[in-house]
Design a protein around this ligand. Structure first.
Ligand SMILES: [Zn+2]
Length: 98
């Protein structure tokens, strides 16, 4: 049965499952690189999404290097690890870890 709500859906860059956009953290790719999007409204640029979960951060950080279609760029392991560290720091300081 399809759910009746119409929340926008996105694919997690860690587990690659689809989920509600607001259940995930957003990464944004702009001219300078990829960073966590912590603007209240979405920062301009290509967006990628990641569940706020250790398992998904791990999958994202440790996965093989590949093109991230949603971000339209490749991310090396060092960049991915830096992003997951930033996300973990934010989880500890505020949002609950599921
Ligand atoms: Zn996930």
């Amino acid at each position: 049965m399809p759910r009746s709500n119409h929340r926008p859906m996105r694919t997690c860059l860690g587990c690659l499952r689809t989920d509600a956009r607001d259940a995930m953290a957003r990464l944004v790719a702009d001219g300078r690189g990829v960073r966590l999007d912590d603007a209240p409204a979405h920062a301009p640029g290509r967006g990628g999404y990641l569940h706020r979960r250790e398992a998904c951060l791990d999958l994202f950080a440790r996965g093989k290097e590949r093109e991230f279609r949603s971000l339209r760029r490749r991310l090396g392991r060092a960049e991915r690890i830096a992003l997951t560290l930033a996300l973990r720091a934010r989880l500890v300081s505020g949002a609950r870890l599921e």
